[in-house]
Design a protein around this ligand. Sequence first.
Ligand code: TXA
Ligand code: MG
Length: 325
Amino acid sequence: MRKDVDINKAAQIIKQGGLVAFPTETVYGLGADATNAQAVARIFVEKERPSFDPLIVHIASMEQIHSLTTTNDNRVTELAKKFWPGPLTIVLPKSDLVPDVVTSGLPTVGIRMPDNEIALNLIEKSGKPIAAPSANKFGRISPTTANHVKKQLKDIDYILDGGPCKVGIESTVISLNPDGFVILREGFITFKDLEQVLPASKTKTSSAPLASPGLLKSHYSPEKPIYISDNQDFTSIRKILDSIEPTKKAAFISFTGIVHEGFSKTEFLSTKADLKEAAVNLFDILHRLEEDSNVDIIIAEPVPGDGIAKAIMDKLTKASFRYNN
Ligand code: TXA
Ligand code: MG
């Protein structure tokens, strides 16, 4: 089947205040003209997203950042040189051009330049900065293909199909304190990557008035129970398996290549503990297991460590939160 990739049509829809799902390098976004409050309000309705959770604004040029923020902090230029286009969102003081609905009333706005040709073309052709959260229902699994978007969002105007996302997990969100950066949400760009450009802030808390809602405890959740196993104590897996009814089937998500008995299926985030590979596969595997009628519960091997590992573990922990509490 031919893919839907009519960027002119998509740009027209954005200009007219419609909603377009589009690929980025991280996950698919659900986009609207960031300067059109009514269009942005519809994103919250379609996603069933609470109004306290602010959106990221996507840009294609550094000129756009100047119209969206009041900052002339040259650390932003340094960060942009190193990481943009790419999976880094910087929270900055917003200008009046950004409606309150985008930032949930905060005086700051999260901005990033995505590393994806289709996304950059869409922003350029529409002539608008594009506000976009991940294109999933609130709290559910993020989309890394156009089909994942179709599954969850039925009433949007267009989906641009750019194939699978090459990074697979959301951008790192940071804010800037006078003495350095603070990470608000872990992502593909790590603490170590950022430290090459800026010092980490000594005050652990951010100057942003609200802790990032990306820190909500439950998120990224499949519609069936998911648990994280304990690699030091495999009897915990046995216990979970023994506690489910014999007719129920469990799937295992392996990170190191380990396979266990007693599972009806094993999916591999990676076969060799490769973090980039695991990031690319994570949401697609969760979507597939959610759809699989031969799977009733999911158990995932833990992904230990810093950097991308921390970001992946954060997603798994949040995905399993509602089933553990
Ligand atoms: O990779 C990504 O970041 C994807 C793609 C589509 O760009 N977008 C994404 O958006 O993950 P979303 O809405 O699912 O998550 C955005 C998160 C918010 O939940 C919040 O944690 C943080 O970014 N954020 C946005 N604006 C903020 C602000 N002004 N202050 C603090 N945190 C903010
Ligand atoms: Mg999201």
